[in-house]
Design a protein. Structure first.
Length: 373
């Protein structure tokens, strides 16, 4: 029987993290297991900073965005930058040391709540001999082997409201309104918010776009007397003959996602204004998609994930990620999620992208949404 479990929330914050922590802690307490939360994700693991969690600490947090444990998307414990005497930086693998310390401190299992990169590190810790369980987190919905990740529903809700709000101002001014939403290299948020908000055009990373097709859509609307258009652009969208829009590249160690996307919406607005000869305005929705209260769907999903992850730990089923497959709560191997062949400490490339032959894309096309192709 296990006695002591650690939990950490890694990567960008996301609505539902607190509900996961609460679900896990309550399930642990019910079974007489102690839970400790590492502070700021893998940074807390590196610095050995953790706090005891119980139902007192986790009360009143189910609805709150963010994470009471803090998070961090800059620490890759498999490649920590260390400055040498000659000023050069070398990357040191601290994972062996960390895994050994956790074992000595009698941690029976570590629950890692994170997106694709953090789950890959979870798989790598498993290879270092730790008992690990993963929980899929991200507003981007790009983790494979799960129908959905918690946080996505809340983000789509916020993005849909933004499309609604832009609609009324677009119509009043006869403008082209461009909304840039998050999602990294996947177009899930853009596509769902675009369909739900009644957008005319949705540009996603999975379909490199041609602005002339977007212009055709604008003209088609004009010919039926609609002198305004709504375009939703995923931050990772790119023109057919072009590249993705990068806000900055961070030098923060091997294995991490160092590219910060941004500017795709501004680009589309600028170019389409010239092509269409009509005022265009861009709005970058940004971090409001990640912050604030959690939707009821995400509260329930996150509670289920947290509770089921702790139950897996209690049942001794390690090396797994909790998942929702065909609407049923189950688990899959972290090896499958991370991609069996990916090297330890390297970036994950096993992302779940929008299925170009799937229901969402087909529906969008059938109702006349322009996807830029
Ligand atoms: O992965 C979640 C996400 O919010 C992406 O949608 C976005 O590209 C990225 O994180 C932003 O990360 P950061 O917090 O490093 O700016």
């Amino acid at each position: 029987m296990i006695k002591k479990v650690g939990i950490l929330t890694a990567g960008g914050d996301c609505p539902g993290l607190n509900a996961v922590i609460r679900g896990a802690v309550k399930t642990a307490e019910y079974n007489g297991v102690e839970t400790y939360g590492f502070i700021e994700g893998y940074k807390g693991l590196l610095e050995n900073k953790y706090i005891k969690l119980d139902s007192y600490v986790t009360s009143g947090i189910i609805h709150k965005g963010g994470t009471i444990l803090g998070s961090n998307n800059k620490t890759n414990t498999f490649a920590i930058p260390v400055k040498k005497e000659n000023g050069e930086v070398e990357y040191v693998d601290k994972s062996y040391e960390i895994a050994e310390r956790l074992k000595q401190d009698n941690f029976d299992c570590l629950i890692i709540v994170g997106g694709d990169g953090s789950l890959k590190s979870a798989r790598d810790y498993m290879r270092r001999g730790l008992n690990v369980i993963g929980v899929p987190k991200t507003i981007d919905n790009d983790v494979p082997y799960t129908d959905t990740t918690f946080g996505f529903d809340t983000a789509v809700g916020v993005a849909t409201e933004a499309v609604d709000r832009l609609h009324t101002t677009a119509e009043s001014h006869g403008r082209i309104m461009v909304l840039e939403v998050m999602g990294r290299y996947a177009g899930w948020i853009a596509l769902e918010a675009g369909i739900a908000g009644g957008a005319d055009t949705v540009l996603i990373p999975e379909i490199p776009y041609d602005l002339n097709k977007v212009l055709d859509k604008i003209n088609q609307r004009r010919s039926m007397g609609k002198n305004f258009s709504l375009i939703v652009v995923a931050e990772g969208a790119m023109p057919k003959e072009g590249t993705i829009s990068i806000r900055k590249t961070e030098e923060n160690g091997g294995g991490l996602d160092t590219i910060k996307l941004g500017g795709a919406g501004e680009y589309v607005a600028r170019e389409i204004e010239k092509l269409a000869g009509q005022e265009a305005r861009a709005t970058n929705l940004g971090y409001v998609q990640r912050g604030g209260d959690t939707s009821h769907y995400d509260r329930i999903l996150a509670t289920e994930y947290g509770s089921a992850a702790m139950q897996l730990a209690i049942d001794g089923k390690f090396g797994e990620m909790i998942t929702l497959l065909n609407g049923k709560l189950t688990h899959v191997s972290l090896d499958d999620v991370a991609g069996k062949d990916t090297e330890i400490g390297s970036k994950s490339s096993n992302l779940k992208l929008v299925d170009l032959n799937g229901d969402l894309v087909n529906t969008a096309r059938r109702i006349g949404i322009c996807l830029g192709d």
